[in-house]
Design a protein around this ligand. Structure first.
Ligand SMILES: *[C@@H]1O[C@H](CO)[C@@H](O)[C@H](O)[C@H]1NC(C)=O
Ligand SMILES: *[C@@H]1O[C@H](CO)[C@@H](O)[C@H](O)[C@H]1NC(C)=O
Ligand SMILES: *[C@@H]1O[C@H](CO)[C@@H](O)[C@H](O)[C@H]1NC(C)=O
Ligand SMILES: *[C@@H]1O[C@H](CO)[C@@H](O)[C@H](O)[C@H]1NC(C)=O
Ligand SMILES: *[C@@H]1O[C@H](CO)[C@@H](O)[C@H](O)[C@H]1NC(C)=O
Ligand SMILES: *[C@@H]1O[C@H](CO)[C@@H](O)[C@H](O)[C@H]1NC(C)=O
Ligand SMILES: *[C@@H]1O[C@H](CO)[C@@H](O)[C@H](O)[C@H]1NC(C)=O
Ligand SMILES: *[C@@H]1O[C@H](CO)[C@@H](O)[C@H](O)[C@H]1NC(C)=O
Ligand SMILES: *[C@@H]1O[C@H](CO)[C@@H](O)[C@H](O)[C@H]1NC(C)=O
Ligand SMILES: *[C@@H]1O[C@H](CO)[C@@H](O)[C@H](O)[C@H]1NC(C)=O
Ligand SMILES: [Cu+2]
Length: 570
């Protein structure tokens, strides 16, 4: 097989691969301009027509392409009655946090009839990222790929593929998504599960009345393809695979990783994974497919369907049609661990070094809570096991303020917006992954943790099983972080001795294992107000969120720039 050469690179050694010696002097930024009109348009899926919010009438939204070092300029015109913001998932926004996008964290919404121009340089990163709405559940239909090509003159650390193809995995409701959210909030219980998953907006042939809504990728025999896979689903971790074809993972969350071969990948909402596959089978048609990893204990309702697309060999007409790829069962946590433990960072010149010494230790419990049914409230509003489901970090349920935290922080007018006292550890120690406590309540708050510029930070993310045990895809804005350790049960200090400080994965979204923990490290070299939250939208909505504020440094390029003139106001 043609990939063998680079598969044999000694992957565990600390040799720096010098694959891209392109000039680092790149004084003139190339500007890439896009106009994004937030619109409503008719989309028909599963034989029913919906009027969905999207960008320029496209679903999924426009693909953005640029080279590392370019400046991206996106003028957003809000032409719908709803408020909107856009987030550039995984982009550092170094000094330009005004453009990060989470509503009421870094900006007020772009209101109906108004515009805001997002404008930032993308530096020190390359690969597959994506953009999505970051207010209420708008991102269900407002999302697209953001592809950062290597700087001109540099290349991938693997043989160039013959073609590159974005694969956006999504989640589809037949009813209005905002109505699903509103109903969940009114009832205090879980939201209705989706009716379908989608590949590039299309559910595929395994649903009722969806025979025409099938994504087809035409391939040529012998050629190698780079799939840029993005999990844009709202609330579901997914398995993905292609029948009869091996996948070679080469990148995750826009960081190169040591290549490894696999039959399936697992990908949480927020994550991206680049895989290579070679069309090396008998000409014919082969299914690609995705289905849920949903191992919550006790089991939550989940969308138990399978989305499929087709890889179609062009070379010679053939009637061969594969079966579905054999994906792991919805509750196969072992297969998830097996996949995730194969992921190792690729040591390159561009890669930041793994922090060995830690200045700031943070310990965050993440999980669900159940608020007691408020006195006098109707039962219809307490459908979450007799109460109302909420979620928390360190027992604080994040409550969104009414104006932007970044705006308040920058102008030092904090009144009624947020407080700076988010704790470094949970208020009480308990058996986090053991039997639930009797009191499942949390406390409301809008609190941030302040971190000095340049400090080396370790965060232990400890899952809890108070209401149920689930894995939570935790996303930190503004940063990539090293995943130096993860495991089941309650974290213990002694585990630090076995952390991987040599070649840990580098990501922006970590799946904290079911009934387990994960340890992440980063250097706080990006000043700003950074949202940290579960990327399952229902958990974000329930308050599984907090804010890290990295202070300005002393250097000339170490402070947040002034806000732009068109910065939205509340
Ligand atoms: C956005 O809307 C404006 C006003 O209707 C229109 O002039 C412009 O062409 C639209 N741009 C795109 C990219 O659709
Ligand atoms: C949620 O599901 C229930 C039960 O199937 C249904 O009655 C209700 O209309 C659904 N809600 C929405 C907003 O689709
Ligand atoms: C497809 O439609 C039929 C008839 O309406 C129904 O009985 C069946 O349950 C549906 N199947 C799925 C997977 O929705
Ligand atoms: C998922 O669907 C399959 C096929 O319809 C069924 O056999 C299986 O029991 C379902 N699993 C769950 C957990 O609902
Ligand atoms: C997964 O669920 C099936 C029922 O659908 C059950 O038989 C099996 O034991 C479960 N596996 C695990 C690992 O929990
Ligand atoms: C409301 O719930 C309580 C406790 O679950 C139950 O005792 C009561 O009968 C319910 N009331 C109604 C009107 O359903
Ligand atoms: C969380 O906060 C609530 C409200 O203050 C309290 O009742 C509960 O005991 C706390 N739980 C934990 C685990 O800290
Ligand atoms: C927390 O805040 C929400 C509003 O965001 C409110 O509905 C809820 O009652 C509050 N819960 C408590 C325990 O104060
Ligand atoms: C942000 O910019 C500063 C100054 O150029 C640099 O030292 C730092 O590494 C950058 N951080 C990121 C995350 O790119
Ligand atoms: C849009 O945002 C503004 C500012 O926060 C708020 O006052 C208004 O109620 C919001 N409008 C809608 C339709 O949600
Ligand atoms: Cu979560």
């Amino acid at each position: 097989m043609q990939l063998e050469g680079w598969m044999l690179v000694p992957i565990f050694s600390a040799i720096l691969l010098s694959f891209s010696l392109a000039s680092h002097a790149n004084p003139v930024e190339i500007e890439r301009f896009y106009e994004f009109n937030i619109t409503r348009s008719q989309v028909t899926r599963l034989c029913s027509t919906k009027n969905i919010v999207n960008v320029n009438g496209q679903f999924p939204g426009p693909e953005i392409h640029l080279d590392e070092g370019d400046m991206l300029v996106v003028k957003v015109n809000n032409q719908v009655p709803e408020n909107i913001t856009l987030h550039w998932h995984g982009v550092f926004q170094n000094r330009t946090g005004w453009y990060d996008g989470p509503a009421y964290v870094t900006q007020c919404p772009i209101q109906s009839g108004s515009s805001y121009t997002y404008k930032f340089v993308i530096k020190n990163q390359r690969g597959t990222l994506w953009w999505h709405a970051h207010i209420r559940w708008m991102r269900a239909t407002v999302y697209g790929a953001l592809i950062i090509h290597p700087r001109p003159g540099s290349s991938f650390p693997f043989p160039a593929p013959d073609a590159e193809v974005p694969i956006l995995l999504g989640e589809w409701w037949q009813s209005d998504v905002q109505a699903v959210l509103n109903q969940a909030l009114a009832s205090g219980g879980g939201p209705n599960v989706s009716d379908a998953f989608t590949i590039n907006g299309l559910p595929g042939p395994l649903y009722n009345c969806s025979g025409n809504d099938v994504y087809v990728l035409d391939v040529e025999q012998g050629k190698t393809y780079l799939l840029r896979i993005i999990n844009a689903a709202m609330n579901t971790d997914l398995f993905f695979g292609i029948a009869n074809h091996k996948l070679t993972v080469v990148e995750a969350d826009a960081s190169y990783h040591q290549p490894f071969e696999t039959d399936y990948i697992v990908i949480t909402p927020g994550q991206t994974t680049n895989v290579l596959f070679t069309a090396d089978q008998t000409p014919g048609q082969y299914f690609m497919a995705a289905s849920a990893y949903a191992a919550a204990v006790p089991q939550n309702p989940f969308d138990n369907t399978t989305t499929a697309g087709i890889i179609r060999y062009k070379s010679s007409p053939s009637s061969f049609f594969s079966g579905l790829p054999r994906l792991p069962a919805f509750n196969d946590t072992r297969k998830v661990v097996s996949f995730n433990s194969k992921l190792r960072g690729l040591l390159t010149e561009e890669l930041p070094t793994v922090p060995v010494k830690v200045d700031r230790h943070l310990f965050f419990t993440v999980g669900l809570n159940r608020e007691d049914c408020p006195r006098g409230a109707p039962n219809s509003s307490c459908q979450g096991n007799g109460g109302r489901f909420v979620a928390s970090i360190n027992n604080i349920t994040y409550v969104s303020p009414r104006s932007s935290i970044l705006g308040a922080y920058y102008t030092n007018k904090l009144m009624n917006v947020f407080t700076k006292d988010f704790s470094t550890k949970p208020p009480v120690k308990f058996d986090y992954t053991g039997r639930p406590l009797r009191n499942l309540n949390s406390k409301n708050g809008t609190k941030a943790r302040i971190i000095p510029y340049g400090s080396s930070v370790q965060i232990i993310l400890q899952g809890t099983s108070l209401v149920n045990a689930e894995s939570h895809p935790i996303h930190l804005h503004g940063y990539d972080f090293f995943i130096v350790g993860q495991g089941f049960g309650n974290y213990k200090k002694k585990y630090e001795a076995s952390f991987n400080l040599v070649d840990p994965p580098l990501r922006n979204t970590i799946s904290v294992p079911l009934k387990g923990w994960a340890a992440i490290r980063l250097i706080a070299n990006n000043p700003g107000v950074w949202f940290m939250h579960c990327h399952l939208d229902i958990h974000t909505t329930w308050g599984l969120d907090t804010v890290l504020i990295v202070e300005n440094g002393e250097g000339p390029l170490q402070s947040i720039q002034a806000p732009p003139p068109d910065y939205p106001r509340c």
